[in-house]
Design a protein around this ligand. Sequence first.
Ligand SMILES: NC(=O)C1=CN([C@@H]2O[C@H](COP(=O)(O)OP(=O)(O)OC[C@H]3O[C@@H](n4cnc5c(N)ncnc54)[C@H](O)[C@@H]3O)[C@@H](O)[C@H]2O)[C@@H](O)CC1
Ligand SMILES: [K+]
Length: 483
Amino acid sequence: MTPSPSALALLTPDEMAAVDRAAIAGGASGPALMRAAGAAVARALRKRFRPCRTLILAGPGNNGGDGYVVARLLEREGWPVSVAALAPPRPGSDAAMAAAEWRGPVLPFTPETLARAQLVVDALFGAGLSRELDGPAAAALRAVRVPLVAVDVPSGLDGATGEPRGFAPQAALTVTFGRLKPGHLLLPGRELCGEVVLADIGLPEAALASVAPRAFRNAPGLWRLPERGAQHHKFSHGHVTIPGGAAMPGAARLAAMSARRIGAGLVTLAAEDTATATLFRQGEPGLLVSAPPPEDLLADERRSAWVLGPGLPPRPETLALLRRVVEAGRHVVADGGALTAAAGQPHTLQGAAILTPHAGEFAKVFGALRRDRLAAARMAAAVTGAVVVLKGSDSIIAAPDGRAAINNNAPPALATAGSGDVLAGLAGGLLAQNLPPFEAACAAAWLHGQAATLALAGAAPGTPLVAEDLLPQLRAAWIAATR
Ligand SMILES: NC(=O)C1=CN([C@@H]2O[C@H](COP(=O)(O)OP(=O)(O)OC[C@H]3O[C@@H](n4cnc5c(N)ncnc54)[C@H](O)[C@@H]3O)[C@@H](O)[C@H]2O)[C@@H](O)CC1
Ligand SMILES: [K+]
């Protein structure tokens, strides 16, 4: 079933804390939320582990409070549980109440205590992490050699960015509450979390609705593929034009084949010379091939979407073509050579609809990538006015208005030559069918990941993939997106 956009919403730890405050201001009980959170952790944990010597590492805040609840519930089920507290909760806090209800063993926060545990529950810090993890907390987590279950996030992981602050342990399971955080999807956070369980702890809808989400998990529901009615004809599905160079003609061809398969009405490969045109004509019979300079094609208004960059040289001429196409008011996907040609001059990309840089291209255009890639992608979108797809195993799609989506369906094998050309073609094909740029970019990234997943179905981890393998899977990916 297609999830609703609110189910796809991601909240940063600060936003989640605001929801928490809104819930309590609206009459919800803090201790009840804490009991629900602890119960969700205990439930998820019991499903996956058998009773064993379990050590709860409890921090001073509400994350620690959740930990005391877990301790009590597991002990009630007969698990051998102890708690090691990094620091006592603030007197009078909800966490202090939860701690007071824990009557079982409290052990010193030492390496010896840790060495005896068979399972560790990390309830040190969650949304309240305010600085780098260091001292005894970091030392203890570094010493864990048994499965670790994280409450909300592995302590030290910044839920807003997916980056560890100082250190964050590897969890087997992370149980989080209300909404996923960006850090559960962004690498390396996604891997450090292990399996992620999102638990409903009864936060009132009004409290959740009090914070407008700016980030989403990328999945159908966040966007809708274009509908195709009986009255439509090939021109109503748009016309994609893709200039192709002699140096790497395969790149433009892959983009063109992808644009066709995702429903563009017409796709033209605009060859830079007659030899390349001859080569292009040996390709798919349904592709249009044109030999004159691509600029001449701008006279035809129906050529609404252009994919510029796959296989094009990173030369000033490429950038000049991009400027002409943008100034003619066409929707442009800028990729590969068009991005590299704009190295150090992001303003030259203004007016493009979608930019699809990988990390290296991003750094060339916008400067070294900061640790907070979500913020970096948003900054690039704001500077250029374009939707930026910062490609990776956790592709980030950022819009100039601050909306962002994080893609988590792409297998690592997708990092292969030509894969980016397919993505650019999909984005161009969807723009041609009048999807707005953010939706087109998100849908393209998801379909791309889904096609790769389908191509690898049943294959052992590490099985390689080539870009051409994606093409036959695009129809099934489309079907999966419209179910
Ligand atoms: N979001 C929600 O609606 C709910 C959240 N709950 C829990 O509450 C947590 C957030 O609780 P808090 O806001 O109390 O925050 P935390 O429990 O994450 O941490 C707060 C405390 O840790 C200290 N601290 C922060 N970073 C540190 C560092 N690097 N080294 C040493 N000390 C550090 C702070 O000074 C503060 O005393 C969530 O992660 C979740 O586990 C649940 O109890 C129930 C409901
Ligand atoms: K934690």
